[in-house]
Design a protein around this ligand. Structure first.
Ligand code: PLP
Length: 365
């Protein structure tokens, strides 16, 4: 079940590099599927045609805290025996209710209501300051599978095979009693490496902050959702000029931000609006990379990839015709931006943001 060079992983180009870079770094092939406007998540209806015999995993983020279509994705993961990795970095605290039970590989069964990040085999969180909770920097990986837990821990701890906590010895009872790799029998398990890993450990100080922040997750995410709903309601009169965001009915999002896409009939550009907002002290962001395939990291390099059901392509040689196979991703790159819903914002601050959005759009017709 281990992925090998050339195996394919379904993902999207409209997002953050974290759900793409590890695919490339591990010599796997990213397969890009277009996204929906409104939710900014993968268009789940387009996934099946992108699946081949080489497809082994789906690696996706719940964009800006709006859960993606977990039912459809788990149904495909069950049918095609795929690993599911949820990048939950923007969505800590979000919930989703599944329509039925799904039996995934490695005996994982999921059903009913749960937190995003717990439906797939592995979930990830970021505790960068902008996120729902923070430790200053750093993040977490979560899984309910003991083998995956040990593998993740090994990658975190330089690739070591031993899983003893600091200060502990011989938890497995075989510290000097086994032969691994081509090492001599009995080689100290503490210094046995089964992966090419990293040092990704957080400090105790960060962990202490993280533990204290955990107590605040619900209050923070409720306030974020309240701010998000206030924007959704208050901006509805701009719906002819902007596409306003939506989330699946069987979910409770944990919004990271509130996204708007300038409609093609509007007489202004995204930059007209974002520069006006920025001049008024309102920060704006794009949906991260916009279209990752147009970023220098891809456009200037020879990375193997596929787009939908295409054959193998090389990132540097992509043509406009190939980019146009991800039409909504292109729209997001050109016309989408988002504003914050930080829990420290008061109603007055949210209303100020709205009034400036109305003025920006009014002034430009
Ligand atoms: C979806 C997503 N994943 C991952 C990250 C990055 O997390 P970190 O900076 O902790 O690596 C971000 C950052 O904003 C993100 O939006």
């Amino acid at each position: 079940m281990k992925l090998s060079e050339g195996d394919e992983v379904i993902t999207v180009a409209a997002g953050f590099p974290t759900s793409i870079a590890p695919i490339v770094q591990n010599k796997l092939v990213p397969v890009f599927v277009d996204v929906e406007l409104e939710s900014y998540n993968i268009d789940a209806e387009q996934i099946e045609e992108a699946i081949t015999k080489k497809t082994k995993a789906v690696f996706l983020a719940h964009t800006l805290g709006m859960p993606f279509d977990l039912d459809k994705i788990l149904e495909l993961a069950e049918k095609y025996r795929l690993w599911v990795i949820e990048d939950n970095c923007d969505a800590l605290g979000a919930e989703y209710t599944l329509k039925r039970e799904y039996n995934l590989i490695k005996g994982k069964k999921v059903s009913g209501r749960g937190k995003t990040g717990t439906f797939g085999h592995i979930g990830t969180s970021s505790f960068y300051p902008a996120h729902q909770i923070t430790m200053g920097e750093g993040g977490a990986v979560y899984t309910s599978d003991i083998d995956l837990y040990r593998i993740a821990k090994s990658f975190r701890d330089w690739g070591r095979d031993c899983w003893c906590e600091p200060g502990c010895d011989n938890t497995c009872g075989k510290r000097f009693k086994q032969q691994l790799g081509k090492l001599p029998f009995g080689y100290d398990h503490k210094y046995t490496y089964s992966h090419i890993g990293y040092n990704l450990k957080i400090t105790d100080m960060q962990a202490a902050i993280g533990v204290a922040q955990m107590d605040k997750v619900s209050a923070f995410t409720e306030k974020r959702l309240e701010n998000w709903k206030r924007l959704q309601k208050g901006l509805k009169d701009l719906k002819n000029l902007f596409i306003l965001p939506k989330y699946p009915q069987n979910s409770i999002p944990s919004p990271f931000g509130f996204a708007l896409t300038v409609r093609d009939n509007a007489k202004f550009t995204r930059e007209d609006i974002t520069s006006f907002l920025e001049k008024n002290n309102i920060q704006t962001r794009t949906v991260f990379a916009g279209n990752m395939l147009r970023q220098p990291a891809f456009a200037d390099a020879k990375i193997k990839l596929r787009i939908g059901n295409s054959s193998l392509l090389i990132s540097k040689n992509l043509t406009d015709e190939q980019y146009s196979r991800l039409p909504n991703t292109e729209i997001i790159m050109n016309r989408t931006f988002w504003v914050g819903v930080y829990p420290g914002m008061t109603e007055e601050m949210v209303d100020f943001m709205m009034s400036k959005l109305y003025s920006a759009a009014d002034a430009r017709g």
